[in-house]
Design a protein around this ligand. Structure first.
Ligand SMILES: [Fe+2]
Ligand SMILES: [Fe+2]
Length: 142
């Protein structure tokens, strides 16, 4: 999986940075030997938890209308990752390797271009991204 700033960046820095890291992790996983794969899959799980909870925070502070649908997708994928990580940590890698190569990669491409793109557009429209960049809990109302 390759990251291309020109086509993949959504214009919200913290989302783009997370997505860059996610893409790099998935690429490392697809090239990893078994021992590396086990460690990296654990990292992917942690990274995804932060990724999804951070987007959840952005959705809440900006009152994103499609919050339920978007978080539903996050929860579904996170539950798959948790289940697969259990097998991976017991040395059963086959299913997770296939998932990283196809299902997860395809899911991310679609999720990025639909739900994440729509969240980023909403943040730009409402100006809430400024609040996240300055670390404020709530945006300044003007
Ligand atoms: Fe995302
Ligand atoms: Fe998302």
């Amino acid at each position: 999986m390759n990251w291309n700033d020109a086509t993949d960046a959504l214009g919200i820095d913290e989302m783009d940075q997370t997505h860059r890291e996610f893409t790099a992790l998935v690429t490392l996983l697809s090239e990893a030997n078994d021992a590396e794969f086990v460690a990296l899959f654990g990292k992917l799980l942690d990274h995804s938890r932060q990724h999804f909870s951070n987007e959840g925070r952005l959705m809440r502070i900006s009152r994103f209308p499609a919050l339920g649908e978007h978080e539903g997708e996050h929860h579904r994928v996170y539950a798959d990752l948790v289940q697969m990580n259990r097998a991976v940590q017991r040395g059963r890698l086959m299913l997770a390797r296939a998932y990283v190569r196809t299902g997860l990669t395809e899911w991310f491409a679609l999720h990025l271009s639909t739900m994440d793109a729509s969240l980023a557009a909403h943040l730009k429209r409402t100006g809430e991204s400024r609040a996240t960049l300055t670390g404020m809990a709530l945006p300044v109302l003007t």
